[in-house]
Design a binder for this molecule. Sequence first.
Ligand code: UDP
Length: 254
Amino acid sequence: MPQNSPGAAVYVLGVRVDRVSQAQALATIEQMISQRKLSGDTLPCRQIVTVNPEFVMTAQHNHDFRRAVNSAALVVADGAGVVWATRYLGQPTPERLTGTDLLPMLAQRCVACGYRLYLLGATPGVAEAAAARLQELAPGLQIAGTYAGSPALSEEDAIIERIREAQADVLCVAYGAPAQDLWIWRNLSRLPVAVAIGVGGAFDFISGRKPRAPESMRRMGLEWLYRLYREPWRWRRMLALPRFAIQVVLRGRK
Ligand code: UDP
């Protein structure tokens, strides 16, 4: 069962996507944080997932990953392919919300409400650079902490202790999928934050370490093509995209 489903959901090849606008997603996250604050930090952490076609294809054979996504408190459509699939299935989600776009918007809300953000993951130095950029975009933002760490099991206890000491409200985890979402799912009951979000490569883009696709390409749903051009080694992983489209057309409506 979803931890706290925000409303109508559509299942794309068995993977849940909540049909929410960016504004609704942000309001839902803000509500989760304020609920936990009101509970005196007794409510368990809620998981937020940003789903793209690669997630959906991984979830076809990785059952823990599918369970993690489908039981999350909020699942937003990160990829243009996922938005297309929801339209094709006749239950459209209004728009895309990537981790890279969500973070600056969430940072603004954190400033307004005094919530503290923790950035976990990416290569050393990148989370710090992303935090500095977020503080430029959202002056007054409180960064509870940053740490590269690793998704290895052996590091979990120490990482969770760091987050506890930092007294964060929102945890963003950038270990790539499915590692980041499984990391959050495994540790959900003991994560000392209100919400934990898997944000993929968001710190790389926000820090400027990697350039993001031009706005025009993003509008056309071609961000994946730009990523492939910049990082051709991704070609094998990106075969998930045509496989995803074919599967949605062949099996999606069944
Ligand atoms: N990453 C990490 N530790 C790992 C694997 C990945 O910190 O063991 C980071 C990587 O540096 C990047 C992020 O995870 O910042 C997301 O990786 P990727 O771009 O492959 O994920 P995607 O956005 O495609 O989900």
